[in-house]
Design a protein around this ligand. Structure first.
Ligand code: ADP
Length: 445
Protein backbone atom coordinates (compact mmCIF):
# COMPACT_ATOMS: atom_id res chain seq x y z
CA UNK A 1 0.00 0.00 0.00
CA UNK A 2 1.59 3.30 -1.00
CA UNK A 3 1.51 6.55 0.98
CA UNK A 4 -1.32 8.01 -1.14
CA UNK A 5 -3.59 5.03 -0.56
CA UNK A 6 -2.83 5.11 3.17
CA UNK A 7 -3.60 8.84 3.34
CA UNK A 8 -6.85 8.24 1.44
CA UNK A 9 -7.79 5.42 3.86
CA UNK A 10 -7.01 7.63 6.88
CA UNK A 11 -9.02 10.59 5.53
CA UNK A 12 -11.97 8.38 4.51
CA UNK A 13 -11.85 6.68 7.91
CA UNK A 14 -11.87 10.01 9.76
CA UNK A 15 -14.70 11.35 7.55
CA UNK A 16 -16.89 8.28 8.04
CA UNK A 17 -16.16 8.33 11.78
CA UNK A 18 -17.12 12.01 11.95
CA UNK A 19 -20.37 11.41 10.02
CA UNK A 20 -21.34 8.47 12.24
CA UNK A 21 -20.67 10.68 15.26
CA UNK A 22 -22.75 13.53 13.81
CA UNK A 23 -25.71 11.26 13.01
CA UNK A 24 -25.50 9.71 16.49
CA UNK A 25 -25.36 13.14 18.15
CA UNK A 26 -28.39 14.39 16.18
CA UNK A 27 -30.47 11.30 16.99
CA UNK A 28 -29.43 11.40 20.66
CA UNK A 29 -30.35 15.07 20.89
CA UNK A 30 -33.77 14.33 19.36
CA UNK A 31 -34.38 11.45 21.76
CA UNK A 32 -33.32 13.60 24.71
CA UNK A 33 -35.72 16.38 23.64
CA UNK A 34 -38.61 13.90 23.29
CA UNK A 35 -37.79 12.45 26.72
CA UNK A 36 -37.64 15.90 28.26
CA UNK A 37 -41.06 16.79 26.78
CA UNK A 38 -42.69 13.61 28.05
CA UNK A 39 -41.21 14.25 31.52
CA UNK A 40 -42.75 17.75 31.52
CA UNK A 41 -46.13 16.37 30.36
CA UNK A 42 -45.99 13.64 32.99
CA UNK A 43 -45.10 16.14 35.71
CA UNK A 44 -48.08 18.34 34.74
CA UNK A 45 -50.37 15.33 34.73
CA UNK A 46 -49.07 14.32 38.15
CA UNK A 47 -49.66 17.74 39.67
CA UNK A 48 -53.21 17.86 38.20
CA UNK A 49 -53.92 14.39 39.60
CA UNK A 50 -52.58 15.49 42.97
CA UNK A 51 -54.87 18.54 43.04
CA UNK A 52 -57.90 16.42 42.10
CA UNK A 53 -57.04 13.82 44.68
CA UNK A 54 -56.61 16.42 47.40
CA UNK A 55 -59.90 18.17 46.53
CA UNK A 56 -61.92 14.96 46.47
CA UNK A 57 -60.34 13.72 49.68
CA UNK A 58 -61.17 17.00 51.43
CA UNK A 59 -64.78 16.79 50.23
CA UNK A 60 -65.09 13.13 51.32
CA UNK A 61 -63.56 13.76 54.75
CA UNK A 62 -65.77 16.82 55.35
CA UNK A 63 -68.77 14.70 54.39
CA UNK A 64 -67.61 12.06 56.89
CA UNK A 65 -67.36 14.76 59.54
CA UNK A 66 -70.86 15.95 58.68
CA UNK A 67 -72.05 12.37 59.14
CA UNK A 68 -70.36 12.31 62.56
CA UNK A 69 -72.06 15.55 63.52
CA UNK A 70 -75.49 14.31 62.37
CA UNK A 71 -75.15 11.14 64.40
CA UNK A 72 -73.40 12.50 67.50
CA UNK A 73 -73.06 15.66 69.46
CA UNK A 74 -69.91 16.74 67.60
CA UNK A 75 -69.62 20.44 66.89
CA UNK A 76 -66.27 20.77 65.09
CA UNK A 77 -65.78 23.33 62.36
CA UNK A 78 -66.08 21.20 59.24
CA UNK A 79 -63.75 23.49 57.23
CA UNK A 80 -61.02 23.84 59.87
CA UNK A 81 -61.06 20.22 61.01
CA UNK A 82 -59.56 18.59 57.89
CA UNK A 83 -55.79 18.96 57.33
CA UNK A 84 -53.48 17.44 54.74
CA UNK A 85 -50.31 16.31 56.54
CA UNK A 86 -48.66 14.77 53.48
CA UNK A 87 -49.79 14.10 49.86
CA UNK A 88 -51.33 10.80 50.98
CA UNK A 89 -51.90 11.46 54.69
CA UNK A 90 -54.84 13.40 56.20
CA UNK A 91 -55.97 14.28 59.73
CA UNK A 92 -59.46 15.21 60.89
CA UNK A 93 -60.19 16.71 64.37
CA UNK A 94 -63.51 16.11 66.10
CA UNK A 95 -64.77 16.15 69.68
CA UNK A 96 -67.04 13.23 70.38
CA UNK A 97 -66.92 9.48 70.92
CA UNK A 98 -66.72 7.43 67.76
CA UNK A 99 -66.42 3.71 67.06
CA UNK A 100 -64.13 2.24 64.42
CA UNK A 101 -67.06 0.55 62.79
CA UNK A 102 -68.94 3.83 62.32
CA UNK A 103 -65.90 5.65 60.95
CA UNK A 104 -64.97 2.79 58.59
CA UNK A 105 -68.48 2.65 57.17
CA UNK A 106 -68.63 6.40 56.52
CA UNK A 107 -65.11 6.55 55.07
CA UNK A 108 -65.88 3.69 52.63
CA UNK A 109 -69.12 5.29 51.54
CA UNK A 110 -67.79 8.81 51.06
CA UNK A 111 -64.61 7.68 49.27
CA UNK A 112 -66.75 5.57 46.97
CA UNK A 113 -69.05 8.55 46.31
CA UNK A 114 -66.07 10.75 45.44
CA UNK A 115 -64.59 8.10 43.11
CA UNK A 116 -61.54 7.83 45.38
CA UNK A 117 -60.80 4.24 44.53
CA UNK A 118 -57.57 4.12 46.53
CA UNK A 119 -56.57 1.61 49.21
CA UNK A 120 -56.48 3.26 52.63
CA UNK A 121 -55.98 2.74 56.34
CA UNK A 122 -57.23 4.89 59.19
CA UNK A 123 -56.59 5.41 62.90
CA UNK A 124 -58.72 6.95 65.67
CA UNK A 125 -57.24 8.77 68.62
CA UNK A 126 -59.32 8.85 71.79
CA UNK A 127 -58.20 11.80 73.92
CA UNK A 128 -59.96 10.53 77.07
CA UNK A 129 -57.75 7.49 77.51
CA UNK A 130 -54.98 8.59 75.03
CA UNK A 131 -55.35 5.42 72.95
CA UNK A 132 -55.01 5.18 69.20
CA UNK A 133 -56.82 2.43 67.36
CA UNK A 134 -55.33 1.38 64.00
CA UNK A 135 -57.32 -0.20 61.19
CA UNK A 136 -56.30 -2.91 58.74
CA UNK A 137 -55.73 -2.00 55.14
CA UNK A 138 -59.02 -1.26 53.38
CA UNK A 139 -58.65 -2.35 49.78
CA UNK A 140 -60.67 -1.28 46.78
CA UNK A 141 -61.47 -4.51 44.95
CA UNK A 142 -62.73 -2.87 41.76
CA UNK A 143 -66.35 -2.65 42.89
CA UNK A 144 -66.22 -2.06 46.62
CA UNK A 145 -63.98 -1.47 49.66
CA UNK A 146 -63.04 -4.46 51.84
CA UNK A 147 -60.85 -4.76 54.93
CA UNK A 148 -57.76 -6.91 54.34
CA UNK A 149 -56.41 -8.22 57.65
CA UNK A 150 -53.49 -9.99 55.96
CA UNK A 151 -51.54 -6.79 55.36
CA UNK A 152 -49.72 -4.84 58.04
CA UNK A 153 -49.79 -1.18 57.10
CA UNK A 154 -46.65 0.81 57.85
CA UNK A 155 -47.75 4.37 58.54
CA UNK A 156 -45.62 7.47 58.73
CA UNK A 157 -45.27 8.47 62.38
CA UNK A 158 -46.30 12.05 63.12
CA UNK A 159 -46.49 13.62 66.58
CA UNK A 160 -49.70 15.67 67.05
CA UNK A 161 -50.21 17.90 70.06
CA UNK A 162 -53.90 17.31 70.36
CA UNK A 163 -56.29 17.95 73.17
CA UNK A 164 -59.17 16.55 71.12
CA UNK A 165 -60.09 13.36 69.38
CA UNK A 166 -58.89 12.97 65.83
CA UNK A 167 -58.73 10.38 63.11
CA UNK A 168 -56.18 9.99 60.31
CA UNK A 169 -56.49 8.50 56.87
CA UNK A 170 -53.46 7.16 55.05
CA UNK A 171 -53.36 6.04 51.39
CA UNK A 172 -50.28 3.74 51.35
CA UNK A 173 -50.43 2.84 47.65
CA UNK A 174 -51.15 6.32 46.37
CA UNK A 175 -48.16 8.25 45.14
CA UNK A 176 -47.73 11.15 42.80
CA UNK A 177 -44.65 12.40 40.97
CA UNK A 178 -42.68 9.18 40.49
CA UNK A 179 -44.48 7.86 37.46
CA UNK A 180 -42.09 9.83 35.19
CA UNK A 181 -40.56 8.54 31.98
CA UNK A 182 -38.64 5.36 32.55
CA UNK A 183 -34.89 5.72 32.51
CA UNK A 184 -32.47 2.87 31.77
CA UNK A 185 -30.66 2.54 35.04
CA UNK A 186 -29.13 6.01 35.07
CA UNK A 187 -26.98 5.66 31.94
CA UNK A 188 -27.52 8.59 29.64
CA UNK A 189 -27.49 7.99 25.87
CA UNK A 190 -24.23 10.01 25.81
CA UNK A 191 -22.54 7.28 27.85
CA UNK A 192 -23.39 4.73 25.16
CA UNK A 193 -22.21 7.12 22.48
CA UNK A 194 -18.86 7.63 24.23
CA UNK A 195 -18.39 3.86 24.62
CA UNK A 196 -19.22 3.26 20.93
CA UNK A 197 -16.91 6.09 19.82
CA UNK A 198 -14.07 4.74 21.98
CA UNK A 199 -14.54 1.26 20.54
CA UNK A 200 -14.59 2.56 16.98
CA UNK A 201 -11.52 4.73 17.66
CA UNK A 202 -9.73 1.76 19.18
CA UNK A 203 -10.52 -0.38 16.19
CA UNK A 204 -9.56 2.39 13.77
CA UNK A 205 -6.28 3.02 15.63
CA UNK A 206 -5.47 -0.68 15.62
CA UNK A 207 -6.19 -0.92 11.88
CA UNK A 208 -3.90 2.08 11.26
CA UNK A 209 -1.08 0.55 13.34
CA UNK A 210 -1.36 -2.70 11.35
CA UNK A 211 -1.36 -0.82 8.02
CA UNK A 212 1.69 1.27 8.98
CA UNK A 213 3.53 -1.79 10.31
CA UNK A 214 2.87 -3.66 7.07
CA UNK A 215 4.00 -0.67 5.07
CA UNK A 216 7.25 -0.36 7.01
CA UNK A 217 7.87 -4.08 6.69
CA UNK A 218 7.45 -3.95 2.95
CA UNK A 219 9.73 -0.86 2.74
CA UNK A 220 12.37 -2.62 4.83
CA UNK A 221 12.08 -5.71 2.61
CA UNK A 222 12.47 -3.64 -0.56
CA UNK A 223 15.47 -1.80 0.94
CA UNK A 224 17.07 -5.07 1.93
CA UNK A 225 16.61 -6.56 -1.54
CA UNK A 226 18.04 -3.38 -3.12
CA UNK A 227 21.05 -3.46 -0.80
CA UNK A 228 21.58 -7.14 -1.27
CA UNK A 229 21.38 -6.83 -5.06
CA UNK A 230 23.87 -4.00 -5.00
CA UNK A 231 26.24 -5.63 -2.53
CA UNK A 232 26.31 -8.90 -4.42
CA UNK A 233 26.23 -7.50 -7.92
CA UNK A 234 29.42 -5.41 -7.52
CA UNK A 235 31.79 -8.26 -6.60
CA UNK A 236 30.09 -10.61 -9.09
CA UNK A 237 30.59 -8.19 -11.97
CA UNK A 238 34.21 -7.49 -10.89
CA UNK A 239 34.88 -11.23 -10.82
CA UNK A 240 33.18 -11.63 -14.22
CA UNK A 241 35.21 -8.82 -15.81
CA UNK A 242 38.51 -10.08 -14.37
CA UNK A 243 37.80 -13.62 -15.55
CA UNK A 244 36.93 -12.31 -19.00
CA UNK A 245 40.21 -10.36 -19.12
CA UNK A 246 42.14 -13.49 -18.16
CA UNK A 247 40.43 -15.49 -20.89
CA UNK A 248 40.98 -12.87 -23.58
CA UNK A 249 44.47 -11.64 -22.77
CA UNK A 250 47.76 -13.29 -23.46
CA UNK A 251 49.82 -12.87 -20.30
CA UNK A 252 53.02 -14.46 -21.62
CA UNK A 253 54.84 -11.13 -21.57
CA UNK A 254 53.18 -9.81 -18.41
CA UNK A 255 52.63 -12.61 -15.84
CA UNK A 256 52.26 -10.01 -13.04
CA UNK A 257 49.12 -8.70 -14.67
CA UNK A 258 47.62 -12.20 -14.54
CA UNK A 259 48.43 -12.33 -10.82
CA UNK A 260 46.74 -8.97 -10.35
CA UNK A 261 43.52 -10.21 -11.96
CA UNK A 262 43.67 -13.43 -9.98
CA UNK A 263 44.12 -11.58 -6.71
CA UNK A 264 41.21 -9.26 -7.63
CA UNK A 265 39.01 -12.33 -8.20
CA UNK A 266 40.23 -13.76 -4.90
CA UNK A 267 39.50 -10.52 -2.97
CA UNK A 268 36.07 -10.02 -4.48
CA UNK A 269 35.21 -13.65 -3.90
CA UNK A 270 36.21 -13.24 -0.24
CA UNK A 271 34.00 -10.15 0.00
CA UNK A 272 31.10 -12.06 -1.52
CA UNK A 273 31.66 -14.86 0.92
CA UNK A 274 31.63 -12.43 3.86
CA UNK A 275 28.40 -10.80 2.75
CA UNK A 276 26.62 -14.14 2.36
CA UNK A 277 28.06 -15.28 5.68
CA UNK A 278 26.70 -12.24 7.51
CA UNK A 279 23.19 -12.69 6.15
CA UNK A 280 23.23 -16.40 6.84
CA UNK A 281 24.54 -15.87 10.37
CA UNK A 282 21.69 -13.56 11.31
CA UNK A 283 19.17 -15.89 9.66
CA UNK A 284 20.65 -18.67 11.79
CA UNK A 285 20.36 -16.53 14.95
CA UNK A 286 16.65 -16.26 14.34
CA UNK A 287 16.13 -19.97 14.14
CA UNK A 288 18.43 -21.08 16.93
CA UNK A 289 18.74 -19.79 20.42
CA UNK A 290 22.18 -18.26 20.86
CA UNK A 291 24.29 -20.38 23.14
CA UNK A 292 26.85 -18.21 24.89
CA UNK A 293 30.19 -19.68 25.91
CA UNK A 294 31.05 -17.33 28.72
CA UNK A 295 34.50 -16.86 30.20
CA UNK A 296 36.37 -14.10 31.95
CA UNK A 297 37.32 -11.55 29.29
CA UNK A 298 39.54 -8.50 29.73
CA UNK A 299 37.42 -5.91 27.95
CA UNK A 300 40.11 -3.20 28.22
CA UNK A 301 42.51 -5.47 26.35
CA UNK A 302 39.83 -6.07 23.71
CA UNK A 303 39.28 -2.30 23.28
CA UNK A 304 43.04 -1.68 23.03
CA UNK A 305 43.28 -4.31 20.27
CA UNK A 306 40.40 -2.60 18.48
CA UNK A 307 42.35 0.68 18.65
CA UNK A 308 45.48 -0.97 17.17
CA UNK A 309 43.38 -2.50 14.45
CA UNK A 310 41.81 0.85 13.62
CA UNK A 311 45.16 2.58 13.46
CA UNK A 312 46.58 -0.13 11.20
CA UNK A 313 43.65 0.01 8.74
CA UNK A 314 43.18 3.76 8.57
CA UNK A 315 46.80 4.87 8.66
CA UNK A 316 46.53 6.52 5.22
CA UNK A 317 43.00 7.91 5.64
CA UNK A 318 43.72 9.81 8.84
CA UNK A 319 41.42 9.66 11.83
CA UNK A 320 41.94 9.28 15.55
CA UNK A 321 41.04 6.68 18.12
CA UNK A 322 41.16 7.72 21.78
CA UNK A 323 40.84 5.44 24.76
CA UNK A 324 39.64 6.74 28.10
CA UNK A 325 39.31 3.63 30.22
CA UNK A 326 38.43 3.99 33.93
CA UNK A 327 36.48 0.87 34.84
CA UNK A 328 37.93 -0.87 37.92
CA UNK A 329 36.40 -4.17 37.14
CA UNK A 330 37.16 -4.77 33.47
CA UNK A 331 37.43 -8.56 33.53
CA UNK A 332 33.88 -9.69 33.03
CA UNK A 333 32.14 -12.92 32.31
CA UNK A 334 31.05 -12.81 28.66
CA UNK A 335 31.20 -14.75 25.42
CA UNK A 336 34.52 -13.54 23.90
CA UNK A 337 33.55 -14.17 20.25
CA UNK A 338 30.17 -12.41 20.40
CA UNK A 339 31.44 -9.48 22.52
CA UNK A 340 34.37 -8.96 20.14
CA UNK A 341 31.84 -8.87 17.26
CA UNK A 342 29.76 -6.30 19.18
CA UNK A 343 32.78 -4.01 19.72
CA UNK A 344 33.91 -4.31 16.09
CA UNK A 345 30.38 -3.76 14.72
CA UNK A 346 30.05 -0.51 16.71
CA UNK A 347 33.53 0.70 15.73
CA UNK A 348 32.95 -0.25 12.06
CA UNK A 349 29.74 1.81 12.06
CA UNK A 350 31.55 4.76 13.72
CA UNK A 351 34.03 4.70 10.81
CA UNK A 352 31.45 3.91 8.09
CA UNK A 353 29.04 6.69 9.00
CA UNK A 354 31.65 9.44 9.10
CA UNK A 355 32.22 11.73 6.12
CA UNK A 356 35.45 13.33 7.39
CA UNK A 357 38.43 11.82 9.23
CA UNK A 358 36.79 9.76 12.01
CA UNK A 359 37.47 10.74 15.59
CA UNK A 360 36.46 7.84 17.80
CA UNK A 361 36.52 7.98 21.60
CA UNK A 362 35.99 4.86 23.65
CA UNK A 363 35.32 5.29 27.37
CA UNK A 364 34.75 2.80 30.15
CA UNK A 365 33.72 3.01 33.79
CA UNK A 366 32.16 0.86 36.50
CA UNK A 367 28.83 1.40 38.16
CA UNK A 368 27.75 -0.87 41.01
CA UNK A 369 27.41 -4.29 39.36
CA UNK A 370 27.89 -3.10 35.78
CA UNK A 371 30.74 -2.61 33.37
CA UNK A 372 29.93 0.26 31.02
CA UNK A 373 31.61 1.28 27.80
CA UNK A 374 30.65 3.84 25.24
CA UNK A 375 31.78 4.49 21.70
CA UNK A 376 31.51 8.06 20.51
CA UNK A 377 32.06 9.25 16.96
CA UNK A 378 32.01 12.55 15.08
CA UNK A 379 30.04 11.10 12.16
CA UNK A 380 26.86 12.04 10.32
CA UNK A 381 24.58 11.34 13.31
CA UNK A 382 21.07 9.91 13.17
CA UNK A 383 17.78 11.81 12.96
CA UNK A 384 15.63 11.56 16.08
CA UNK A 385 12.77 9.87 14.14
CA UNK A 386 15.12 7.13 12.86
CA UNK A 387 16.88 6.37 16.14
CA UNK A 388 14.16 4.12 17.54
CA UNK A 389 14.38 1.84 14.48
CA UNK A 390 18.12 1.39 14.03
CA UNK A 391 18.13 -1.82 16.11
CA UNK A 392 15.41 -3.39 13.93
CA UNK A 393 16.36 -6.18 11.61
CA UNK A 394 17.23 -4.97 8.07
CA UNK A 395 16.64 -1.34 9.01
CA UNK A 396 18.96 1.23 7.47
CA UNK A 397 18.48 4.95 7.80
CA UNK A 398 17.02 5.94 4.41
CA UNK A 399 19.67 7.54 2.23
CA UNK A 400 17.61 7.64 -0.98
CA UNK A 401 19.17 5.54 -3.67
CA UNK A 402 22.73 6.20 -2.53
CA UNK A 403 24.67 3.13 -1.66
CA UNK A 404 27.94 4.76 -0.81
CA UNK A 405 27.94 3.07 2.60
CA UNK A 406 27.67 -0.69 2.53
CA UNK A 407 25.51 -2.72 4.85
CA UNK A 408 22.39 -4.82 5.24
CA UNK A 409 20.95 -3.27 8.38
CA UNK A 410 21.86 -6.32 10.43
CA UNK A 411 24.82 -5.09 12.52
CA UNK A 412 22.93 -3.27 15.29
CA UNK A 413 20.20 -5.90 15.34
CA UNK A 414 22.90 -8.48 16.12
CA UNK A 415 24.62 -6.15 18.66
CA UNK A 416 21.39 -5.62 20.62
CA UNK A 417 20.55 -9.32 20.54
CA UNK A 418 23.96 -10.24 21.99
CA UNK A 419 23.92 -7.51 24.67
CA UNK A 420 20.46 -8.58 25.76
CA UNK A 421 21.57 -12.22 25.86
CA UNK A 422 24.19 -11.01 28.37
CA UNK A 423 21.36 -9.32 30.36
CA UNK A 424 22.78 -5.94 29.39
CA UNK A 425 21.41 -2.86 27.67
CA UNK A 426 22.45 -0.63 24.81
CA UNK A 427 21.45 3.05 24.43
CA UNK A 428 22.14 5.58 21.76
CA UNK A 429 22.36 9.38 21.73
CA UNK A 430 22.92 11.20 18.49
CA UNK A 431 23.03 14.71 17.07
CA UNK A 432 22.54 15.01 13.34
CA UNK A 433 25.75 16.25 11.70
CA UNK A 434 27.74 16.05 14.94
CA UNK A 435 28.04 12.43 15.95
CA UNK A 436 26.66 9.46 17.83
CA UNK A 437 27.35 7.77 21.17
CA UNK A 438 26.45 4.13 21.83
CA UNK A 439 26.48 3.16 25.54
CA UNK A 440 26.63 -0.51 26.49
CA UNK A 441 26.08 -1.80 30.06
CA UNK A 442 26.88 -5.37 30.90
CA UNK A 443 26.46 -6.97 34.33
CA UNK A 444 29.86 -7.94 35.75
CA UNK A 445 28.66 -11.39 36.84
P1 ADP B 1 24.30 -1.28 8.44
O1 ADP B 1 24.68 -2.56 7.86
O2 ADP B 1 23.40 -0.49 7.56
O3 ADP B 1 25.45 -0.49 8.94
P2 ADP B 1 23.45 -1.43 11.21
O4 ADP B 1 22.41 -2.30 11.80
O5 ADP B 1 24.83 -1.58 11.71
O6 ADP B 1 23.35 -1.68 9.66
O7 ADP B 1 23.00 0.05 11.39
C1 ADP B 1 21.67 0.43 11.10
C2 ADP B 1 21.62 1.88 10.63
O8 ADP B 1 21.94 2.73 11.72
C3 ADP B 1 22.66 2.19 9.58
O9 ADP B 1 22.14 1.98 8.29
C4 ADP B 1 22.98 3.65 9.84
O10 ADP B 1 22.11 4.45 9.08
C5 ADP B 1 22.68 3.85 11.30
N1 ADP B 1 23.94 3.93 12.09
C6 ADP B 1 24.51 2.93 12.79
N2 ADP B 1 25.62 3.34 13.44
C7 ADP B 1 25.74 4.65 13.15
C8 ADP B 1 26.68 5.68 13.52
N3 ADP B 1 27.71 5.41 14.33
N4 ADP B 1 26.49 6.92 13.04
C9 ADP B 1 25.45 7.19 12.23
N5 ADP B 1 24.53 6.28 11.85
C10 ADP B 1 24.66 5.02 12.30
Amino acid sequence: MNRRTINAVVILGILSLASILLIQMISINKTAAIQENSVIIQQREDSLNLIHFKDRTYIALRDVLTQIQINTSDSSDVFQAVQQIDTNYFKVDFNTDLTSFQLETWLMREFYNQNLHHDFAYSIYDCFDSVTTFSHLIRYSGTEFQADSSVQVERPSYEFENMDHYFTVYFPNTQFGNSGVETDGGYSPYTYLIVIVLLVLLFFGYAMVVIFRQKRLSEVKTDFINNMTHELKTPISTIGLSAEMILRTDFKDDPDKLKQYASLIFKENKRLENQVERVLNVAKLDKEKISLKKESVNIHELLEEAKDNFEFNSSEKGGKFELDLHADNYKINVDPVHITNVVYNLIDNAVKYCEKGPLITVRSWSEKAHFIFEIEDNGIGIKRENIKMIFDKFYRVPTGNLHNVKGFGLGLYYVKLIIEEHSGTINVKSTLGKGTVFTVRIPIN
